[in-house]
Design a protein. Structure first.
Length: 460
């Protein structure tokens, strides 16, 4: 991680309220009166089980700026949870959606196929890691992709057990919540859970005893698999190459490769869940590429559709073909409008070289924030790949997670006009997922706000 000495010598940080509003523009108190009124209706009509991180109602958006119903402009560091990588309301996506919906709204692909679905599968085969014949199935959500990847792996191997990683997040359906290791809020009170799901430790260099020794970390997890299950009964190992909800944890080198090699030696399907990390987010098309891993199956969603709902399982042709016709799919999976949006989004990723844009965002972030652990006792680590970056907070002088200071920082920056998310098994991580098309000026403004808030909250 290159450290910029000019950054270390940076003069004292601007006060939060004094950071000039350029891309942002706050014209009312936050939340404004119209958002507050809508929030009353939200409370009355929307299930309390649906979270509401920010009480601000969006009205329109463009690129990296979201405008609320009161006319306040926010800088977006969340991209709808890594969805609008190509920017919000990207003109190419909007045009493709508008023209497709007027031509072909829906048929059901298994009833009457259409070209867009096949073209998306072709793009998936082209861009996902691995130089072998690949096929795909298209679905609607990330959870649905994970469910289907597990079905396919079980059908192919004839084995029952799925190995998941500690700190994993795979979704909110019964199987995928069973595969998620964070009880609150994702599992509490929702049992009974799906059987034959076993979790083993993931590499967490900041906190585990293996540090950057990924081989040793993987061997320990493999021992657990053999002990608790035995490879004869393992259908699949599934891992996020950078853990998302779990805290933007980047595993030690060789951890994933060692697991993947072991899986291949024992007839176990290796599934990479790239729903958050995929499609250019980390500075490569897929994060698996950083670790030299060619997954047998890969799940994608989020950024794939440029904002429209679509997900996929892509993998080795012989595994994808193990399923009997009609065994996978669904009414809406790969809807023509979502396929048109995905093709437009992938077109932008190719023509604008979004992997390079993501890598650049990571460089800017690290040149400014790489020194945070030295400057602030509450920052334990700054980590990530490309435009998937995070800051982990602790009580100063300890390794004890501090969700409380994260809450204060996030409240402050949201009031100052940023859309931002937290993550981490202990809620003590701030994550940055800006649209990959964010301008340097916009990114600088957002980081000025965040840095000012960290300085103010850590001084309290
Ligand atoms: C978001 C996410 C999911 C679930 O996707 P949904 O579309 O919310 O069902 C699964 N896995 C990972 C890694 C995710 O980030």
């Amino acid at each position: 991680m290159a450290q910029d000495t000019a950054t270390l010598a940076r003069p004292s940080v601007t006060a939060l309220k004094d950071v000039p509003q350029i891309a942002r523009k706050l014209v009312t108190e936050i939340p404004g009166p119209r958002s507050r009124a809508l929030m009353e209706e939200h409370k009355q009509y929307v299930s309390a089980g649906v979270g509401a991180a920010m009480p601000i109602f969006a009205e329109s958006a463009s690129g990296s700026v979201i405008t609320d119903v009161d006319g306040n402009r926010f800088l977006d560091l969340a991209a709808g949870i890594a969805v609008t990588g190509v920017g919000n309301a990207a003109p190419e996506v909007v045009d493709a959606v508008q023209s497709e919906v007027a031509k072909l709204t829906h048929t059901n692909f298994a009833t009457t196929p259409y070209a867009g679905y096949v073209e998306v599968c072709k793009k998936l085969a082209e861009h996902t890691p691995g130089d072998f014949a690949k096929k795909s199935v298209l679905l609607n959500s990330g959870a649905e992709a994970v469910e289907n990847a597990v079905k396919i792996a079980r059908r192919y191997t004839g084995r029952p057990t799925v190995i998941v990683m500690d700190n994993a997040f795979h979704g909110r359906t019964n199987l995928t919540m069973s595969m998620t290791t964070k009880a609150s809020p994702y599992k509490r009170g929702f049992g009974p859970f799906a059987p034959d799901v076993v979790s083993v430790p993931y590499s967490y260099p900041l906190r585990d005893s293996f540090g950057q020794d990924g081989v040793a970390a993987a061997k320990a997890s493999i021992r657990r698999m053999e002990l608790l299950v035995g490879h004869e009964d393992i259908a699949a190992i599934i891992a996020e190459p950078v853990q998302g909800e779990g805290g933007f944890i980047v595993p030690a080198d060789e951890f994933l490769k060692t697991l993947c090699d072991w899986a291949h030696a024992h007839g176990v399907v290796f599934i990479s869940d790239e729903i958050q990390s995929g499609f250019c987010r980390t500075g490569k098309w897929f994060a698996s590429e950083y670790f030299g891993v060619e997954p047998d199956l890969i799940t994608t969603a989020k950024a794939l559709g440029g904002g429209l709902p679509i997900s996929a399982v892509t993998g080795r042709a012989e595994i994808m073909d193990a399923v009997q016709p009609g065994g996978i799919g669904g009414t809406y999976g790969g809807n023509p409008v979502s396929c048109a949006a995905a093709l437009a989004a992938i077109g932008i990723m190719e023509s604008e070289d979004l992997p390079a844009c993501a890598a650049h965002i990571g460089d800017v972030f690290l040149s400014r924030f790489g020194s945070l652990p030295e400057r602030f006792g509450c920052v334990a680590a700054v980590r990530g790949l490309g435009a998937m970056q995070a800051i982990e907070f602790v009580k100063p002088g300890t390794m004890e997670p501090d969700a409380e200071i994260v809450g204060r920082i996030v409240d402050a920056v949201r009031e100052a006009g940023l859309i931002i998310l937290t993550c981490g098994i202990n809620g003590n991580v701030i994550r940055l997922l800006p649209p990959l098309v964010i301008g340097d000026d916009e990114l600088d403004e957002a980081l000025d706000v965040l840095e000012a808030a960290i300085a103010e909250c850590s001084a309290q």
